[in-house]
Design a protein around this ligand. Structure first.
Ligand code: ADP
Length: 893
């Protein structure tokens, strides 16, 4: 406190105004000046603080503070000057000055230290310059951005710029076009959205790899890359990546190119290169390709063959190596001449050219040159042909042409060869014959002349179509083609076309065949098919109309065809039967039997007829079946075809008949036996009765009364008749029992024996018996005598008023029988009795009229039939009768 008091105490000092003697002017001049300085000094810190606060970026801002303190201190010294004019506080003033001194010295020292740094601060001019540069640079940046965007947008590739995380930050119009997204859809998305899913897994990894070592390069070297459109379709791409450094980090720019087209082009190029190499290798000439300096760059296989060098020996050599030494001098000159005016031409026109082999032999050549423009300059391709053989060759060509002409002329088709414009250049003889033009009339004409007018309109068009894609094919596939003759008649044709490469361009060979004959045949075929249709219907009607089952079975017993009758018998529908196996339709036993016979047919391969017993629905039914092998179109047996007829009822009837016949035979045999026994055994008592009645008649005739005589004569008559009957019966029954003794006999002798037996009768009736010459035959003579005797006997017996005439004859018929005929001129027989007279005991006349037993013809019938023949009569009452009997001719007799 004491100090402060002391400080603010004037003490013994005089105010400073005394120094100025209080001269008012001087005092006030000091007061005003110091006050103004003080005020000014006091405001400056504020300005400095204001600046320092507003411009925080200013360097050395602490210096403003130092300046502020220093200036305030200075201001205070000036304020003290004014104060001290009237108050002598010199200690205070000195204190203020000390502060001022300290602050100014500090500031001065700091300022000195600051000088190097301050000098580094650019001057305003420099800053202005810098500013201007910056301004102009800013404009350039803007311009470059516009340009960059322009380039980006107009880039032919899709440009996708993504950040380090793979998020798209920029795309161009081509990206929108290529991927089908709007750019607003893409910005902010992961680039993966443009990559097919199957590649996405590895994508982040690749991206990181790239971000780690970013440089401009193509992506996925060697791998196929694919882009994915918004519509999920994919397309092959080529991607080239480049990093873009930005203040925000490295961006990756991807230039994506759709290589769909170039992939195709690449393929085409490869194909064309392969083709070129193929052409080169397969060229018939030695091809030597050399550069402008005459160094060989490529040769083909033929060159190796022709010159005897391996290609590795030739590549890089001068072409001169292939030229004999004597020509080499001028060669470079010629080559230069050619390089100056390269065009396709033959070399050394008119001169003889020679090639030189590795073994130094020479051979005549023909060389044709052509320039090949390549990016590396013009190459010269020489096609070198060994013409040693060409002299010989010319001959061969002539021969081959003659051969070709020969073939052409002898071709069965009309051959018309035309050029690309459709003008006929060659025709053959068949063309002349078919179209009735001579060849000189045709050569040079358009081929249209051979085409009916109504087709000519489209012809040039078709021709052009063909010339564009010439290949061997038939013309107008599916259409009817017609040829036009010179006489304007038309005929159907078939045409086949083939191109011929010739020196003059493509010629078209047309082989024309007249198919009118074939057409007619086809028509016939169609008619035949029609007939076949009718036949088929007929066959169907027969197959379906018959009541006999008809069927086809395959080798596995399955029905492949069955008619309605077959289905009915099996009690199923046709559909059920066809496809079913017989095994499923029949019980086992029946199936086994039928299948066995089927197998037999297939094995033997020939048809046969057999009886089959088949159990259907518990009933055995019998069929008479004709079965045969069924063949396919190649003649292979693929089953059996059968037709069956049910004979169950007939079979029953037959069995019954057989039984009956058996019984009948037995009873007949019994009857015969009985007749024989009876007639034989009756003979003895009858003979007794007859002889005693005859004795009675002889002894007592006329001794008894008249009645007794009459009775005795009846008894005699009866016993005689009985004897006749019994003898006839015995004969009849013997025919059945006596063994036949067949041997060669003369029928004429048999007749004569018969007539001898009838001698008395003949004499009595004075009958006239005639006969033709009668044959020898194998038979039973006793029985034949019997037959003749009965027939001739009857012919005499049943005579009319005239003397009986009997004629016996024999003829042979077509079925190996001898027909014997006994013709008389007697009473004749009413046709109604023709059958009856051959039955035993049947007579047409009374006993009083004609004697007889009615057994004679029955005996004849029995004998003839036992000899295998037959007997019959032809007659009319009062016109005589002819009895015929037929006997089989045995062993030609
Ligand atoms: P028979 O002569 O003993 O009466 P046949 O059996 O020989 O017995 O003849 C049967 C009958 O056929 C005869 O009764 C006769 O009426 C008739 N007949 C046979 N032959 C002749 C013939 N040649 N002319 C006319 N009638 C005949």
């Amino acid at each position: 406190m004491e100090f402060l008091k002391w400080i603010f105490t004037p003490g013994d000092f005089m105010p400073h105004g005394y120094c100025y003697n209080w001269v008012p002017g001087l005092v006030w001049l000091h007061v005003i000046s110091d006050s103004l300085i003080f005020l000014a000094y006091m405001t400056i810190p504020f300005t400095l603080i204001h600046i320092a606060r507003r411009r925080r970026d200013m360097p050395f801002d602490w210096m403003f503070f130092c300046f502020g303190v220093f200036i305030v201190a200075c201001g205070l010294t000036h304020a003290m000057e004014v104060w001290n004019l009237w108050h002598a506080m010199y200690w205070l003033a000195a204190g203020v000055k000390v502060v001022t001194a300290v602050s100014s010295i500090g500031t001065a020292i700091l300022l000195v230290q600051l000088v190097p740094q301050a000098l580094k601060i650019p001057s305003v001019d420099a800053l202005r310059d810098v500013n201007e540069t910056l301004m102009s640079q800013g404009a350039a940046v803007r311009a470059s951005e516009v340009k960059f965007r322009g380039i980006l947008e107009s880039a032919p590739d899709a440009m996708v710029i993504a950040d380090g995380q793979g998020r798209i930050v920029l795309v161009n119009a081509e990206t929108e076009r290529l991927f089908g997204y709007g750019r607003e859809e893409l910005i902010g998305q992961l680039v993966d959205v443009l990559v097919p899913e199957r590649f996405r897994g590895k994508h982040p990894q690749h991206r990181e790899g790239y971000t780690a070592h970013p440089r401009t390069r193509t992506m996925g070297e060697g791998r196929d890359l694919w882009g994915l459109r918004k519509d999920r379709t994919e397309f092959p791409v080529e991607i080239s990546l480049s990093p873009i450094e930005t203040p925000e980090g490295t961006l990756i720019s991807s230039a994506i190119r759709d290589v769909t087209a170039s992939k195709r082009a690449e393929k085409a190029l490869r194909a064309s290169e392969i083709k070129f190499r193929g052409i080169l290798e397969s060229a018939p000439d030695a091809m030597v390709i050399a550069d402008g300096q005459g160094r060989i760059v490529l040769v083909n296989a033929e060159t190796e063959r022709l010159f005897g060098y391996g290609r590795e020996e030739l590549i890089g050599q001068l072409v001169d190596v292939l030229v004999p030494e004597r020509f080499r001098g001028k060669h470079p000159q010629h080559r230069e001449g050619y390089t100056a005016h390269p065009r396709t031409r033959t070399m050394g026109e008119g001169r003889d050219l020679w090639g030189l082999r590795k073994d130094t032999t020479e051979f005549p050549v023909e060389i044709s040159l052509s320039p090949i423009e390549t990016p590396e300059g013009t190459l010269i391709s020489s096609a070198i042909r060994d013409v040693t053989a060409s002299k010989r060759g010319e001959k061969a060509v002539r021969a081959s042409e003659a051969k070709f002409r020969g073939i052409l002329e002898s071709a069965p088709d009309a051959m018309v060869i035309a050029d690309g414009q459709g003008r006929i250049v060659l025709v053959n003889a068949e063309t002349e014959r078919l179209f009735r033009y001579s060849r000189e009339e045709l050569i040079g004409q358009l081929v249209d002349v051979l085409v009916p007018e109504r087709f000519r309109g489209k012809h040039p068009q078709h021709r052009e179509g063909y010339t564009a894609h010439p290949r061997r094919r038939s013309m107008g596939e599916g259409r009817d083609l017609w040829g036009l003759r010179k006489d304007l008649t038309e005929f159907p044709v078939e045409i086949s076309l083939s191109p011929i490469e010739s020196a003059e361009g493509i010629l078209v060979t047309t082989a024309i065949r007249d198919i009118s004959v074939r057409r007619a045949a086809e028509k016939d075929l169609a008619e035949t098919a029609g007939e076949l249709g009718v036949k088929h219907r007929l066959l169907y009607a027969v197959v379906e109309g018959t009541t006999d089952p008809i069927y086809i079975r395959d080798l596995e017993n399955r029905f492949t065809m069955a008619n309605g009758a077959c289905a009915r018998i099996l009690q199923r529908s046709v559909n059920e039967v066809v496809g079913s196996s017989l095994r499923d339709l029949l019980p086992n036993d029946s199936f086994d039997a039928v299948a066995k016979s089927d197998q037999e047919i297939v094995r033997a391969g020939v048809p046969c007829t057999l009886e089959e017993t088949v159990e259907i629905d518990g009933v055995n039914r019998i069929f008479l079946t004709t079965k045969g092998p069924y063949h396919d179109a190649d003649g292979k047996i693929i089953g059996t075809l059968g037709i069956s007829r049910e004979i169950t009822e007939r079979k029953k009837a037959e069995e019954h008949l057989v039984k009956m016949v058996g019984e009948l035979k037995r009873s007949n045999e019994e009857l015969q036996q009985f007749a024989y026994v009876a007639s034989h055994d009756l003979q003895e008592p009858l003979r007794m009765v007859a002889s005693f009645t005859q004795l009675l008649a002889k002894r007592y005739q006329g001794r008894l009364d008249a009645d007794a005589d009459e009775f005795i004569s009846y008894a005699v008559d009866g016993s005689n008749r009985m004897r006749g009957l019994i003898q006839d019966l015995l004969v009849y029954s013997r025919v059945g029992t006596s063994a036949k003794t067949l041997q060669e006999i003369s029928s004429e002798k048999a007749l004569k024996d018969a007539l001898a037996n009838l001698r008395a009768t003949i004499q009595e009736s004075r009958a006239v018996i005639t006969h033709d010459s009668l044959p020898n035959l194998t038979s039973d003579d006793t029985q034949l005598i019997q037959v003749f005797q009965n027939l001739v006997g009857n012919a005499i017996k049943y005579h009319g008023p005239e003397v009986p005439h009997v004629h016996v004859s024999a003829t042979k018929n077509g079925i190996h029988e001898w027909i014997f005929s006994v013709r008389d001129n007697g009473l004749g027989i009413d046709p109604q009795y023709f059958e009856r007279i051959f039955v035993i005991f049947q007579r047409l006349h009374g006993r009083e009229e004609f004697k007889g037993t009615g057994i004679g013809l029955a005996i004849c019938k029995k004998i003839v039939e036992r000899l295998g023949g037959r007997i019959w009569v032809e007659s009319q009452p009062k016109e005589g009768s002819t009895f015929h009997f037929a006997l089989p001719e045995r062993d030609g007799k």
